[in-house]
Write a protein that binds this ligand. Sequence first.
Ligand code: C5P
Length: 230
Amino acid sequence: LRYPVICIDGPSGAGKGTVTWRLAQTLGYQLLDSGALYRIVGLKAFEAGLLNVDGEQSIDETALLALTQSLQIVFEPNIDSGRVDIIVNGAKIGEQVRNETVGGYASRVAVYPKVRQALLKLQQDMASQSGLVADGRDMGTVVFPDADVKVYLTASAKARAERRVAQLLQAGQAADFEAILATIKARDDRDENRATAPSKPAEDALVLDSSNLDADAVYELVKKHCQDQG
Ligand code: C5P
């Protein structure tokens, strides 16, 4: 027996998290937040001093692999936050893991094939007990090439930066549009142009541009696509 898998790929800020959560809740499926895996590895690598080298300089891949293999990562849905809590080696990870600095660490460690390989089985195993909605960059292309439904949800960098600014302002934090836009573009560039598992739509994915759509409209379109795919 094989359980259904729905893949929602695309760049950060396109609205994947919201639509993935809603689909998982509605369908009673598990949720795979694959970005969280790379964020945890990025954060732990930073804490271990492996990212101290500046900018694009390479990281010690052997040490990075050992670190990745030492992590026991479990997700627990959190109804209040509308996303998963992340438990690593028995301890819950703080919200800090979601910030843009850690997003940058994640995209630096995510270029290493050994890291990606070490995280592959954990991701694929999540589809072995129930249906799964998987959110990431390479869900439809690499991790679940036979998935039942594939969506690549994107939006212009400008629209994504505007959403981020609005979120930060709403949380009472400072927000510099130009700085945020530059950070988003740098992360897109690294994710889309890396040699291994670059962020791109699978050949059989529905590509959806959410630049001019709100979260409800995106959810309805994705839900309809799931129904159409049977
Ligand atoms: O989606 P999120 O912003 O949490 O992802 C953080 C980073 O992790 C991405 O910018 C990307 O570099 C990496 N990632 C990846 N493959 C995935 C999910 C995330 O390489 N499937």
